[in-house]
Design a protein around this ligand. Structure first.
Ligand code: FES
Length: 636
């Protein structure tokens, strides 16, 4: 790593959340570095320091002192927090910086699609329209008594009124001229296991007031699937079940670590500070969800007070970091979750700007590395009740795999690494414009397709998977992953490179950054490690059930990367078993679909809670057969 006082020719610039790394000469501004890397930062004034659009946040390393322009745009506290203008900030050492979404002129591809939901709405929220008698000199009941009396007259119990609702109640009743719509949370919703974190409001049969709406206003719910890298949000009309808006955002915690392991480390290393690491990570995530919600509300034309319920799913580490639970114990064997029960939390206490009495429902986790997002995926795909042997997996930095066997489900998690997110790959980047996403070699023809057809600047997960499969099929690489420098057709593409050569996928004359786009021997090795772990996980589960892959009726691939990968390539490199293609289903963001289902249906929440009861979790590191399967599955 280059430090400030060392004389170095080159320093490394790490651009997040894009996941691109580039080496530049010291003194290069961050904007120039981004341009050289092919990452488009908004630069309306062309780098003159006058538009303020190229705002970034430095995460590590050193830059030259802030310029006069920067002092105009940022308060001292912001400069202290690392905020800078990319065009004004030359790098002095290796640096890592985060580009907020508003400063990226070409947004990344975010996974917000998923199967549509066709479920009869039966949400936890009930609305009642009330016409109340206004106060008068001969009717001096307080606002709360008046409200409770009116509800009792409607045949309902006296409701519970939380402090946040109480604070705005009087104004809302008068603004509605005593004709209002109440959104009520049915407190009998949770029958088993839900832990209620609200102060002084034990769960009992009855209702809790969530929000005072105007007559005719629809109650709306928020479903969020928070991934380690990205999050997908959906705003749903709770009466009709219709999706009103959907959008995606990068997980802001990326600035503190690319994967869950580094975030656990951040939370631990910064324990005891003020604010501590865990709080910093929680605030960053809550701010991200608030941003996402703001965009969704704007798109759908609804007010935040209409957002009366939410379901949030994520892996166990994300779940804990979102709710503020300890993650230290997830960082070491035996990787114990702090909580595996479903949770019901008050939105306002968590810092979410929703209706004053809104709650957040988090379905149960299965284990330390198989979280509620996997439960949501099993729910949405129906895999939990598959009558024939079915594999359902969600590929990410950690890949969660389940084998459904009718009455029971075997689940495991394997560390597949960040290679499919573009990390640890020489020219790797996340799925953004200019990323190679598809590669085909036919005879002497090499075909490369990039996202949005832009000149290539890097390669994303589906692209690197294709490359390895195609190079192997063309015998440019052997079963061990070694490049063959004397390959008769592709010899001219094989160049010398540290640690075993590289394949030139795109010539510098055709790339968007003037550098050859190379796939190195090390990249191939990263893919071998990732695909080996995934396949070994599948094989361990099959062996545990006494089955072979030929017994599999269905193979479900969920998640963002799973949507775009080419199943044939995955089979060719041995990541997936060689099944007929019709047995594979690529289902998109099924975890997000599951979250939406739980948002509009109490029954779906009950099923999600029951799924956990039928899962038998298998810790791969405790399985002796895993290493054998892994070594075998590394071969291409
Ligand atoms: Fe305008 Fe940096 S590009 S201020």
């Amino acid at each position: 790593m280059a430090k400030r006082d060392e004389r170095v020719d080159q320093v490394w610039v790490d651009l997040q959340p894009v996941g691109r790394r580039i080496s530049v000469v010291p003194g290069t501004t961050l904007l120039e570095a981004a341009q050289q890397a092919g990452v488009e930062i908004a630069a309306v004034c062309g780098g003159a320091g006058s538009c303020g659009k190229c705002r970034i946040q430095l995460m590590s390393g050193e830059l030259a002192a802030p310029t006069v322009s920067e002092r105009r745009f940022f308060a001292e506290a912001e400069l202290q927090a690392g905020y800078r203008l990319a065009c004004q900030a030359p790098t002095l050492t290796d640096v890592k910086f985060n580009i907020p979404p508003e400063s990226l002129s070409t947004p990344q591809r975010l996974q917000i699609e998923g199967e549509e939901i066709e479920i009869e709405p039966d949400p936890t929220i009930r609305v009642v329209d009330l016409l109340m008698d206004p106060p008068a000199l001969d009717d001096l009941r307080s606002d709360t008594t008046r409200l409770a009396d009116t509800l009792v007259n409607e045949g309902l119990d006296r409701p519970h009124l939380g402090q946040s609702v109480l604070r705005s109640l009087s104004d809302e009743l008068r603004a509605g001229n005593w004709s209002v719509r109440l959104a009520l949370h049915r407190q009998d919703t949770f029958t088993g296991g839900v832990i209620d974190f609200s102060a002084g409001s034990p769960i009992s049969a009855g209702y809790e007031v969530v929000s005072v709406l105007a007559q005719g206003q629809s109650p709306v719910g928020l479903a969020v699937d928070i991934g380690t890298t990205k999050m997908a949000g959906y705003l749903i009309d709770l009466e009709t079940g219709k999706t009103l808006a959907k959008d995606g955002l990068m997980n802001p915690q990326i600035a503190y670590g690319e994967d869950v392991v580094s975030r656990i480390a951040y939370a631990n290393q910064h324990a005891g500070r003020n604010p501590d690491g865990r709080t910093t990570l929680q605030r960053a995530l809550v701010a991200g969800v608030n941003d996402l919600l703001g965009t969704l509300c704007r798109d759908a034309g609804v007010e935040r007070k209409q957002v009366v319920d939410a379901v949030v799913v994520g892996n166990t580490v994300i779940h804990h970091l979102f709710t503020g639970l300890s993650v230290a114990q997830l960082g070491a064997a035996p990787y114990i979750a702090a909580s595996s029960e479903p949770l019901s939390l008050e939105a306002t206490r968590l810092g979410l700007s929703m209706a004053p009495g809104a709650r957040i429902y988090l379905p149960p986790n299965i284990a330390g590395y198989v979280g509620a997002d996997h439960v949501a995926m099993l729910l949405a795909t129906g895999a939990w009740q598959a009558s024939e042997p079915t594999i359902a997996l969600d590929i990410g930095t950690n890949t969660e795999i389940s084998l459904a066997l009718g009455d029971r489900v075997l689940s495991c998690s394997c560390a597949s690494g960040p290679a499919f997110e573009g990390a640890h790959i020489h020219a790797g980047m996340r799925a953004a414009p200019g990323a190679v996403e598809y590669v085909q070699i036919e005879e002497d023809q090499l075909r490369v397709r990039t996202i949005e057809g832009r000149p290539a600047v890097g390669i994303c997960g589906s692209g690197i998977l294709d490359v390895v499969a195609q190079l192997r099929a063309a015998s440019v690489i052997g079963p061990s992953g070694r490049l063959k420098p004397d390959h008769k057709l592709w010899q001219s593409h094989i160049v010398k490179w540290d640690g075993g050569g590289a394949f030139r996928l795109v010539d510098k004359a055709d790339t968007g950054n003037g550098h050859d786009l190379l796939v190195t021997r090390q990249d191939v090795n990263e893919i071998q490690l990732a695909k080996g772990a995934i396949r070994a996980g599948v094989e361990v589960l099959l062996a545990h059930a006494g089955l072979t892959h030929a017994d599999l009726h269905t193979f479900i691939v969920a998640g963002a990367f799973g949507t775009y990968l080419d199943v044939k390539s995955a089979i060719n490199i041995g990541m997936f078993p060689p099944l007929p293609l019709h047995r594979f289903q690529q289902v998109g963001n099924a975890a997000g679909t599951g979250a939406r289902q739980m948002l509009i249906s109490r029954e779906r929440r009950r099923i999600a809670e029951s799924i956990v009861g039928r899962v038998h979790y298998i810790e791969l590191t405790a399985q002796r057969s895993f290493t054998d399967f892994y070594m075998e599955a590394m071969v291409l």
